[in-house]
Design a protein around this ligand. Structure first.
Ligand code: 5GP
Ligand code: ZN
Length: 121
């Protein structure tokens, strides 16, 4: 399986660095963010390394990653109350870990201003 050396999320996805696992299957690993912005803040990462959403991610894998989102929402009990899905990409969006990841945020009321939800603010 393709991993990138010294990539934090490659190591987390393959159990080399501990994390609070929420869900796992053959293609993705989901775990709680270490610095949660909301009561629910889970990250979904592919087990194969891609730098970001623009890194020629195969369609079936991209679909699988996003189809995992409602599963996480169900496991976290926020499917009815709602949730926000965020994919920071590049410098302007403050992407800090360069392994593709999808943030699933919920468990409380968020502002309508989506870009306001950043962990570096
Ligand atoms: P980004 O800013 O790249 O979209 O998001 C990276 C996220 O990874 C941040 O929300 C940050 O809190 C989280 N994060 C960084 N290092 C770790 C870690 O070692 N463990 C976990 N669980 N989350 C991390
Ligand atoms: Zn990686």
């Amino acid at each position: 399986m393709e991993t990138k050396q010294d990539c934090l999320f490659c190591k987390i996805a393959h159990g080399e660095i501990p994390s609070k696992k929420v869900y796992e299957d053959e293609y993705v690993y989901a775990f709680d963010d270490i610095n949660p912005l909301m009561p629910v803040h889970t990250l979904i990462v592919p087990k194969v390394h891609y730098d970001n959403i623009g890194d020629e991610v195969p369609n079936d894998l991209m679909g699988h990653i996003f189809n995992t989102v409602p599963k996480i929402a169900h496991l976290k009990g926020i499917e009815e109350s709602g949730y926000r899905v965020m994919v920071n990409t590049g410098d302007d969006a403050c992407q800090s870990v360069h392994h593709l990841h999808v943030h699933v945020l919920g468990g409380g009321k968020m502002t309508e201003d989506s870009p306001a939800v950043t962990h570096n603010a």
